[in-house]
Design a protein around this ligand. Sequence first.
Ligand SMILES: Cc1cc2nc3c(=O)[nH]c(=O)nc-3n(C[C@H](O)[C@H](O)[C@H](O)COP(=O)(O)OP(=O)(O)OC[C@H]3O[C@@H](n4cnc5c(N)ncnc54)[C@H](O)[C@@H]3O)c2cc1C
Length: 380
Amino acid sequence: MSYSPRWMNPELESFRDAVRRFIAAEIIPHQERWKQQQHVDRDVWDKAGEMGILLADISEQYGGSGGTFAHQVIVFEELTTAGDMCFGLHVHAIVAHYLLNQGTEQQKQTYLPQLASGAMIAAIAMTEPGAGSDLQGIRTTAVLDGNEYVINGSKTFISNGYLADLIVVVAKTDPALGAKGTSLMLVETKNLAGFKVGRILEKIGQKGQDTCELFFDNVRIPADNILGEKAGSGFFQLMAELPYERAIIAVSGVAAVERALALTVAHTRERKVFGKPLIEMQNTRFVLAEIKTEAMVARVFLDHCIEALIAGKLDTVTASMAKYWITDLQCSAIDRCLQLFGGYGYMMEYPIAQMFADARVQRIYGGANEIMKEIIARSL
Ligand SMILES: Cc1cc2nc3c(=O)[nH]c(=O)nc-3n(C[C@H](O)[C@H](O)[C@H](O)COP(=O)(O)OP(=O)(O)OC[C@H]3O[C@@H](n4cnc5c(N)ncnc54)[C@H](O)[C@@H]3O)c2cc1C
């Protein structure tokens, strides 16, 4: 039985073709160099902006391409299917949705068109050396001084940190109030006194995607650059936007399982062991049959989440189920596929090896999978 998601249509198919051609021409040829330098070239953002894929699901009123979440899903699927884990579009799109859903009209008009064109690259800085899963423990502060906020603190593991022009920084505006004293600050980094990007961290995978430390030493930003209308809304805003982030992690997860399966079917058809193709061994057939089944189950559940998100109804618990279950599956399926490549699976020149290294962090960022289970458990 061939399966096509209910949210697909002919217009999206031609959009998919165009995205695929863009990635083949503008991303894949540069990947190895990007991995060496640990970040993409700035100009790929401008090209992707011209192509209209940076904010595919944001209305034209704010410079976006006027599509739905389905358009953005296609971009993420195609990046994964092409084997790209360098281009940091995920956090860029996440920040755009913080602005769209939580920002003031002025903030949307100021920033969204620049994020859509690639004139600005976005990052979001929650994690600190002393606080990741437990965000209530963050120590970065933003203290009001006249008509400015003064930010002090440090962040770590920030995707796009090296190139970002706009960073949403999670800070305590009133440490005495705990979660209710947390706010999201819109920090423009260009020529910003007191702001420093630390080293690009060396990772086991996703090597062309810059992940950085950030330092804020009496950084001053206008008081209007608090996201939304009032201070203290930060935790509410984070909770409201997490389903989008978790859904797109799951989108990449399913696309990766499907790619790993296709690569492994092709390899085991080619590879001969004991005088016959590896795919004719019962173990190979059973392993691949299991992964194909799991990929289909994941795909159908993910499509349910995509439809819910398009309708504005994806809740945190369901998004957490998708994030945890699909990224666990991604790691386990790629591991089983790699085994069928034998020693070749351990060689970086084989895409399955790269996929193995790239996948691991999917279970950690966007909220560790254990945190997803905590959230789901609270709904029992
Ligand atoms: C490549 C990469 C990119 C990232 N990009 C960003 C980014 O752009 N912006 C950003 O803000 N952050 C980013 N992060 C940070 C990421 O979100 C955190 O690493 C993650 O939230 C976990 O926090 P931590 O590393 O401090 O681990 P900790 O909070 O120390 O947790 C360690 C482990 O403890 C376990 N654990 C924690 N809490 C519980 C619990 N309540 N119950 C049971 N087990 C628990 C989990 O297994 C968890 O993995 C990125 C991380 C990586 C590796």
